[in-house]
Design a protein around this ligand. Structure first.
Ligand code: ATP
Length: 600
């Protein structure tokens, strides 16, 4: 008996030694929140990483980005502000009304929790220390609780964390639960911090204050940071990259793409004319139809097929027919393909615009019926991996030959992107007209000797389209409707991407439908936005930027009314872009291009 107890104590101590305390992370959050300086942030994170054991690295790096699941998992913590408010009340003994009043003055439930826990703790002693692992595990649990009684369970779980938390810890627990961390850690900063702390000889002599550093050798520094970036783009796993980086540069360099895990796809630049497109990719170039569907990264390993969107979300179960096409028509045991899935009308065989198949992406039920009603054709245009070999470094021309050799093309099922190789402007123009007449968006110009760069918008791939008339924007606010729209969010505030966050560009309600069958409806957008509400004042709400919609408009005007400096005239919602993240939306440059373009 005594021996057993001794062993238990020993195990407990051992476990204790291994676990990082949450307080350590909360202190780092606090330092990060206090400084806007990127280098200082890098230095804070780099020190934190240095203190973190391998076992905790994955958790710490996810939590720093306010997440508990990798980017490619669909699960979100998804807890509404109301519920957190209740949990704060339960943990502190203050009434819900009192908590709510404090919320309206402080405007941030994290600060509310911090101050109420501080008041409470003057009367009690802390009973336990929270570890990073405890908090991480509980946050993950919140995401999986579902069904009857889950609301109460969630409140209890949050309240129990808050009861053991110190005031500053409570602030960040609440913000993590609400997925609104406000510490400003960009992925690029994390990447640099990994390079500083895990790779030898990279950390610059940094005094903790200045805005710029002079690493001994700028070239070597950039190379190290680039090495970390490439590893992240391939694996989308900061924890794994940091752990491998600790082993050395060679190991990091050798990190392969993992079949079955999503990879960030390569993106395209834009050209205004065919000449410009040729200039960017050189002649002769490969030119392909630009299909108007959505990006699908497909991985195959024996009988297992996985399909990911460009947001890295897995959508395999939503597209059973695509899985079947890949199993039947791809002659490879293991491969990773890049492609565009395009909808077509099953009666006429004509391609349809993206919006008609967009509803399939989020669909959980009636999948087979949807597959018949809104069929897709897979247009394969690239390959990243084949039979154990990473193909990222191979020239595009060779990669294309490989897909030609392994895909048994079948119209309306799986085909290769239609391609010509030419350096002639006339031929390209004729190909463009052919493409657009078939219902496509335009052309993609591709550099024949270019490697595949995951996650980059390098000029290896250039798009050439007809005049732009549609923008993808993110919803950052809305207004509660009145009268027959009561209970619905209306008048959406939309924003484009700026250098440091999102810039508003207008309000839109037109185009939203009364019924779901007709397209993106008030009720659906309300359901999507409600859990994202961060602040409310009267009928106005602010939401966490997450939901991306497409808009058409008559004109763009200069306007001081919105933070972008522009406003859309007669905007109309054309649909939901559930395959896009706020990082994929139109940037201010694109808005400016459109503004000046229309003047021409
Ligand atoms: P857009 O709204 O014009 O699609 P974007 O910013 O969303 O632009 P880009 O990467 O700039 O995306 O444009 C290229 C997109 O076009 C790809 O992401 C892919 O989904 C699609 N596409 C269609 N046909 C092809 C093709 N043959 N090769 C590569 N990409 C293609």
């Amino acid at each position: 008996m005594r021996l057993l107890r001794k062993k238990r104590i020993y195990l407990k101590e051992r476990a204790y030694l291994l676990l990082m305390e949450y307080e350590e992370l909360a202190k780092a959050y606090d330092l990060l929140e206090k400084t806007p300086k990127r280098l200082k942030k890098t230095s804070i994170i780099s020190s934190l990483i240095s203190k973190t054991k391998d076992e905790d690295l994955g958790m710490v790096l996810l939590l720093l980005r306010g997440r508990v699941f990798p980017d490619y998992e669909e699960r979100e913590i998804g807890v509404a502000s109301r519920l957190v408010l209740k949990a704060i009340s339960t943990a502190t003994g203050y009434g819900v009304n009192q908590v709510e009043r404090l919320w309206s003055t402080k405007g941030d439930l994290g600060l509310v929790a911090e101050s109420l826990i501080a008041k409470k703790s003057q009367n009690t002693l802390f009973s336990s220390d929270l570890s990073v692992r405890d908090v991480f595990g509980n946050l993950q649990k919140l995401a999986v609780l579902e069904g009857q009684g889950s609301v109460d369970q969630k409140v209890k779980l949050i309240a129990s964390m808050l009861s053991s938390a110190k005031p500053m810890e409570a602030k960040y627990i609440v913000r993590s639960v609400l997925q609104d961390l406000r510490v400003g850690v960009a992925d690029g900063t994390l990447r640099d911090a990994i390079a500083w702390s895990c790779l030898e000889g990279v950390k610059p002599n940094y005094d903790g204050e200045s805005e710029s550093i002079k690493p001994d050798s700028r070239e070597e520094y950039n190379e190290a940071v680039g090495l970390v970036q490439r590893a992240i783009d391939k694996t989308n796993d900061f924890g794994l990259v940091a752990r491998i980086a600790r082993k050395g540069r060679n190991e990091l360099e050798g990190l392969k793409l993992v079949v079955g895990k999503p990879v960030k796809v390569m993106l395209a630049q834009k050209a205004a004319t065919i000449q410009e497109a040729f200039k960017a990719v050189g002649t002769p170039a490969a030119i392909e139809y630009k299909y108007d569907g959505f990006r699908m990264l497909v991985s195959k390993q024996d009988d297992e097929v996985k399909i990911f969107t460009r947001r890295l979300e897995e959508v395999t179960s939503q597209f059973p027919e695509v899985k079947e096409y890949v199993l039947k028509n791809v002659k490879a045991k293991t491969c990773v393909l890049d492609s565009e899935a395009v909808g077509y009308n099953s009666k006429t065989g004509k391609y349809t615009a993206f919006q008609s198949i967009s509803q399939r992406i989020k669909r959980k039920y009636g999948i087979e019926k949807m597959a018949v009603q809104f069929p897709v054709e897979l247009n394969v245009f690239d390959i990243l991996f084949l039979e154990g070999e990473d193909l990222l470094g191979k020239p595009f021309g060779e990669r294309r030959k490989i897909i030609e050799s392994i895909i048994l093309a079948k119209e309306k099922k799986i085909v290769l992107a239609k391609q010509i190789i030419t350096g002639s402007v006339e031929e390209a123009q004729a190909f463009f007209e052919e493409s657009v007449n078939l219902g496509n968006e335009g052309l993609m110009f591709k550099k024949l000797d270019a490697e595949y760069k995951p996650g980059s918008r390098v000029g290896y791939m250039v798009k050439y389209k007809e005049a732009m008339d549609e923008l993808d924007l993110v919803v950052v606010g809305a207004e509660w409707g009145e009268g027959k729209r009561k209970g619905w969010l209306t008048s959406l505030v939309v924003a484009c991407r700026g250098d440091d966050g999102f810039l508003e560009i207008g309000r839109v309600g037109t185009g939203l439908k009364e019924k779901r069958e007709e397209g993106l409806s008030f009720d659906e957008i309300t359901e999507l936005l409600k859990p994202l509400i961060i602040r409310e004042k009267g009928r106005e709400v602010r939401v966490k930027p997450s939901v991306v919609i497409s808009l058409r408009f008559e004109e763009i005007q200069k306007s001081p009314a919105y933070s972008s400096g522009y406003a859309l005239r007669f905007p109309r919602v054309t649909g939901l872009r559930s395959d896009r993240s706020p990082l994929d939306i139109a940037g201010l440059e694109e808005v400016e291009d459109a503004f000046f373009g229309q003047k021409k």
